[in-house]
Each structure stands twice: as C-alpha cells, then as structure tokens.
Design a protein. Sequence first.
Lengths: 246, 763
Amino acid sequence: MKRHLPWALLLAAPLLLSTGPEVSADPEPNDSSLFQFVRIRYNGFVSSWGGGRGRWVPPWMHDYPRAEQNFLKIFMELTGIETTPESYLVLDLNDPRIMNYPALYVSEPGYWNITAEETANLREYLLRGGFVIFDDFRGAGEWRNFTTCMQQVYPERGFEELTTDHPVFHCFYDIDSLDMVPPYRVPGKPRFYGLSNEDGRLLAVANFNNDIGDYWEWSDESLVPISASNEAYRFGINYFVYALTH
Amino acid sequence: MEQIFSFLFKYRPFHFREGEFLFQWRLEAWMLAILVCAILLAAWLPYRGWLGRTASRAWILPAARAAFLLGIMALLMRPSLVLSTLAPRENVLALLVDNSLSMGISDGETARGEPVRALLEAGSPWRQGLEDRFRLLRMGFDAESRLLREDAGPDWRGSRTDIAGALRDVLTRNRHEALGGIVLFSDGADNGIGGFKEILADLQARRIPVHTVGVGPRVLEPDLELTQVSLPRILVPETRTIARVTLRVNGYQGRESRLEVWEGNSLIQDQEVKLPFSQTALVEVPLTPRSRGIRIYRFRIRPLDDEALQENNERSAVLHVRDLENRILYVEGRPRWEYKFIRSAVSGDRHLRLESLLRTAINKYYRQGIEEESTLAAGFPSTREELFSYRALVVGSVESSFFTYPQMEMLRDFVDKRGGGFLMLGGSSSFSAGEYQNTPVEELLPVWMTPDEDMAPSDTLYRRGSARVELTPQGLRHPALQLGAGEAVNRRQWEEMPDLKDWNRVGALKPGATVLARLQDAQDGTDVPLMVFQRYGRGLAMAFLTGSSWRWQMLREHEDRSHQNFWQQVLRWLVNAAKDPVEVETEREIYSQGEEVKVQAQVYDPSFNPVQSARLAATLVSPSGNETGIELDWSPRDGGIYEGVTRPREEGLHQVRLEAEGVRGANPVSYGAGDAWFLAESGLREFHDANRKVEFLNWLARETGGHYYSLDDVGNLPEEVSYVESHASIPQTLELWDMPANFILLAALLMTEWVMWRRLGGI
C-alpha cells in the first residue's frame, strides 16, 4: 500500500490544489460587455489620402486600425476600464447596432454626406444617451459640411466652442490648456467644440483643425513628439471617461 | 328535546350541568358494602336452583332483581343536585346593552338590536323573570357607558364599541354592591381600546360571571367588505407605490365590481375587480402622489345589488408625502456604462441625490453629484457619522479589498443599525467575483457568496452571455418594478425589455430573501436570480446581479422611460425604507374618535446609537389646532423605545409632533424632530367586521364563569343566571328521587325479570 501512496498523491494533487470556479473566463474582444472602440463608417463624398502608412482609403477609415489599437492599449493601461487592445470594430452609421455601444468615433466628418437613415439613427442614438467624438477635419468648408450634417441630426442646438473649465477636460486628467499643436499643417488653430443637450450634457465633441487620431496612430513610431502624443491621449481618455460618466 | 328531558328528569339539562350530584343519606363504606352484598345475596338465593340447569340466559333473572333492589336502595339514599344560587332580589344584575352603530344594522326587516329592545321593555315576561330574582341595572354602552332610562332605550348611534371599558364601568359603579352578574347584549364587534386582560382578572377575582347574548348574523351575506388597506406611511413626492387592498367576499364569488380610489372629492383611480371564488381577494392599486402634504385616500369597492351592508365597502388610508434628505452614495470600482446610465437615470429625479465615488484608475477617484468640495474628498467614508448621513448605498463592481474591514463592518451596521438601504450591482468585481465571501457584506446580502456545488466546472463566477429577464410573481407586484399601469401592461413591458449581457453567479438564497426577477436563457440553461432583496436588521439589502441594465436605455426608443423609471423606483424604494434619527409612529393610521392611540418613538444619535435618556417633547395637534402633551416613557422593548398613549377628542386628521433633545458632555444637543399623522373617524369602523362574533362572546362568558346565549335560547337566561357560584350565592338542593325516569327504570327492571321468568319456564 505504501508503495502506491506517492502515485495517489500525484493523482489527487489537481483536486487538492483546486480553488473553486474561475472568477471570469477571458472574454471575446468584441463582447459588448467590454468597452468597444467603435469607428463609424458614414456615407461620404470621396476617398482621400490618409490610410495607415499612406493608402487611398475612405475618409472615415483614416488612421484605422492602429489609432484604436494604440489608444485601447493606453486606455486600459491607465484607467480601470475593462477592454482589450482588440476591442474595436467598425459599424455603419445607419446600423441599429450602434445602440449597443454608447460612444462612437468619427473620422473626417468634413467628407460626410449624411443620409436620412443616418440622420434618424444618429439622432435617436444621441437622445438615448450616446456620445460621439468627431475628429480629423479642418478648414471652413469641412466645418460647414459637418455642421450642416449635424444640424439635421440635432436642430435644437449647435456646436459651441469648449473652454478649459468644461468638465470634459477634468474628468480624468486636468487639461488646463487647449493650445494643442496639430500633427500636421492645418488652416487654423486647433479648436474644441461641443454639442450639449438642454441639461448641459455633452452629446458630441469635435476636434476641429486637429487630428488626435493621427497622434494615436503614430504614437509608437518616432514620427511625432512624445509630449504631443501624450496630449492627444489625454484628450482621448478624457472624452471617453466623460462619455462613461455623463 | 329539552322538554322531554325535563319531563323524565324533573329538571333541565342546565341544572345537571351546573349542579353537584350527591346522596343526602350518606352511608359509611363498610355499611354500603354489607348492604350491597345483602342485596346481591337476596337476588341470587331465589334463583340459585335455576342457574346451570336452564338456559344460559338465566343469569338475567338475579341480575334484574339485583338492579331493582340496588335502585330502590339508591332512591332511599335521596339523590340530589346542589346548586349555588343567588338569594332573590338581594343581588344586582347589570344588563349591558351595546348601543353602537353596528347594532342598528338592518339584518332583514329590523335593526339587529330590536329584539334586545323588546326583551328589555318594561313588562316583558323576560324582564319580569329577571326582576323576580334581581335588582336590575340597565346600562347602554358604546365608547362610554351610561344608565338607560325607561323612556329612552338604546338608539344604536354610538361610533365605537368598547366592551372592556363598559365592563370596567359596571364594576366601578357597583364596587360596594352585591353584583350577581352581568348580561352583555352585543354582536361582539369590539373596536375599543382593549384591556380585557385586566378586566377579566378583576371579574374572576370577584367571581362575577358575564353572560353574553349574541345578536346579528354569524355571516353577512351577500356582502363585499373592504377589510384592509396597506400603504406606506411616508413617501417622497412622485414615488410610485402600491396600495394593497384586501376584500372579503361573501356570496359574490366570480362576480365583477370596481374599486375606486378617492382623494377628497376627486376620483383618482377606478379599476375593475374580478371577485375570486375564495373568500378573500387582494387588489393592488398603483398610486403616484405628486405633491407634498398629507394625503387621505378613500378606497371604495362599488356595492353590488342586494348587498347586506354597504357601509363596510370603504376604508381610508393616510399617506404623508414629503421631501426627504435622500442622499445616496454610489461607489463604483471602474468606469463602465452601468455607472453612467444609472447616474443619468436618476439625474432628472429631484428627490434623489446620487453622490458617487468612481475609481477611474488605481488611487484615482472621480466624484460626482457632490455639493461640498470636502464630501468624499478622502475617498470612501471612514466614520459612521459620514456614512450614516446617507440613506442608501450602492456598491458597483468593486472588489472587497477596496474596503477596509472596519469599513465593511460599517456597511453592515449601515443596514442593520442605521436602517439604510443597500444595493450591490453585478460586475466582474462584485459578489463572489469580488471576493465578498466571509465578509460582513456577505452577512447583509440576501444571497450567499459561495456558489452551489452543482455549478458546472465551465461556469465562472461572472459570466458574459445573453439572457432574458423574467419577473417572479412578487416582482410583478413590487412597487420598484412597475413599468406600466396594471399587471398586464407591466408584464408586457418587462417581456419587451432587451436581453442582459452579463450576470454574477452566487450561492443559495438566504432564508428571508425574496426574488423579484430571474435571468433565463433556454439555450444554455441559464436560470439565475437577478434581483433579490431581504430585510436585514432595521434596513433593506438588495442584490442586482448584472452590470448591463444600461441596455434597457440604449436599446429602447428614447421616449421609453423604462430604464429611468426602474432605477428611480428602485432607489426611491431603498431610501424610503431608511430610518430617521428621530422616528415617531402610531400603531395604526385610522382610529375612532376617543380611542386610545399608542405612540412609539425611537431616538438615535448621529452614529445611530439608541439614546435612552433623551428629553422628549411630544404633542398631539388636533384638527382645530388644539395641542395636548403626550408623556412618553422609555422601555427596554425592541432595543429601547419610548412609549405613551394619547386620545383624539376630535374627528379628523391629527398630528403627533416630537422633538428630542439631550446633553452631550455639558452641552445641550438636539437629536432632531419627527412627526406622525393619523385620522380619527367616527362610525365607519363599526360597520367593518360587523357579523356576530360568537367565538369572542363565548370566550368572554367562559372565562368569567358565565354562559353564552343566542336570541333563540335567551329565554332560559332569567332562570339560569340566578344559579351562580359567587360570594353572594347560597346553596340550593334539588331532590332527584322522584324523577319519573327513576320509576320507569324500576318498572322496566321488574318487567324484565317477570318476562324472563315466564320464558324460562316459571309458572
């Protein structure tokens, strides 16, 4: 009998070491209970230069997917958010599935040619409590196109320029200056605009004359200064934390 | 039957029941033994030759003779009954007539009290029978008792029936008289101040029997009666609540009626009621009082045709609608959509202030909803005073190690001692997944943390998937889960709610837990509790085992307010149950005018330790503004309460106001103030539960040595009431030797002997 004891102990070891059920299984990256970076594919005018490492891609796709991959890494590292670097996806603006994701990212809204379906879907999204980040557009023409689209979505109110005392600049980082250097030459100074509802809650922010997604995309290469990338992350994190808290 | 009995046995069964049997000629045992032996010998000797020679039935002959001779001997010993009786007209008999409204209810053609009036009329044989034996004291009573004049009998107008009070009055009035008994005429529908225990002890000590005469039908039929309305005492404006109305149904089973709710002269609810085939129906009426103040609701079940009594179809309820300092602390362990949407759902509710502490990163917090910069500046409260200033606590997806052990003990005491509401939300770091096993927080939660042993190995403590919400029957009726008017609408609304995407696995439910909702998914067999609550100490604890209720907002039309309503109602329900440092309440909210009102108060310091030495100033404010002081004394009952009584002298809404002060160190300190409201009505209570209470009347008679009579056998009362064993009674002997039954029996024995003798061959 004694000869068999070591074998018995060896066989019983997994049972002895068992500590009960696992707390949580590794989730699928696109599980909707995780935070998802959702990029919007909208109806646009033209294709333009701007894809990763220089490709002709539609404007909505600029900086995809490296911007979100890098952002998600930083976001999950710095905050307690539950997500993964692969938790990003692309949805059409007229897709009702956007309701599963209460924050959206839109690139190059200057090329946006909004449809009636998109108008209705985005309006409903905002009224239910969704939040949108518009990024990567510049010049009076693109601004005019963007605001015309948004006027159809939310005619009650328009975009107003944000100042540093707005809660969106203090919900995670305290951002005390909006003097940001754009990643490339733009026709004016970067400005930050917000669309609020009647209660003062921000429904959307717009980085005009700016492209913080571009900073995120190239932040792991030595193409842009670290301090500028940091600044872009600070804005991005504050936007999403604001969306998660307001 | 009783007449036959009286013929055969000379006296009525009552005499045999009450009397003591004895033989007046008592023999010593040895003499009796000799006599019996002699009789047996005398019976045997003549037949000794027959036994054994003739048929076996021959033994009947000596047996019949022996029985005959023994019977003769028994009669010679003068069998008798001895009863205690009262000497004629030396004692007082009090006739106590219920003069309340319920005695005026028409049970057929006349009021139920009319037969009593006929009995008591001057010159009636019944009354004469009593007057021959007693000096009568005729009294009427309702809330108070008074002598009845010959020219003014009972009028059935009293608004209350206080039987104990009336008995006490009779005893007091006759303290120096020889009181031979009390005859109480009533339907037994007592709604007085009680105190039977004391009065019974007094009656028993003085050996004064109470004979009760029950009037009215045992069951009112056909009749609908609104027996009870259950409603919270205090509510925050615009809070949805459920009034639970209980109906008693006699003879209308399966029919339909309507339940109306009136506020003043306004009809605010009118809903159809299908009467069940049982005798009791529970109807739930959703109410949402909008404005502050004292609301008096009148609930009325619409009478049906031929109803025996319509006055019992309504009841009132009092609701105090007021603002409360409804601060709720919400602690969340990480940014997530559930946090945003819960905050958003209650942001439009001006009666809830959700102060939140969100851990956005390690050692980094974001505070929202705070009014002062210092609030939560040091993180989660570390003192009882700070934590107990909230009325409810919401703990999100935050692991147990976030709290120190003393903080977790404070969380437990927050519910147990302070009486606050506690809610834990599901998430990857809450419940078992947050390692709350064997912590003080597990103690207060309605579920155990250790999962079931039958949990599949592939299961995890926190699961992601998709499952539907299903309300339990309790959930469908719960005020926090009302998303539409009426049960059908509410059920449909919940059926349409989007699926949830995550849930926590926990262990068994605690014994006192109530499950309001479950999560179910037929595909993977998920069936787990979603929403469970229990009372814990003075407070409430709820488990909401998901972190994805935000989908109810984002996946429904923006006009749909289900998500907002759900969270506002849940949090209002939690805060509404929370206790104030100074609490005062009355036993009920509806009293009769003049009825004794028991007042209870509890006083706590800011840490919610009970204060035993508070100086209390309690006042009863009547509808006309008259103020009367109420004396409250401390009692160790229920962990320490202050108790006192008062009595409303006016009809209408009364306020009990309380201020509590004390001394801390050398300084005077105010613990706060509180108030309670009740309604004093006259009359209406008389019509509730107004059938004849035979059990009560029987009990009262039995306990005092008296008898219960119905109107059918009340004719025996004059003779029977004089047979009473009391201090004033004397023994009376009733001879039994000349009962006809004796002679019939002896003749039958002789006849038996003769017939048998002939049959067995005698000449």
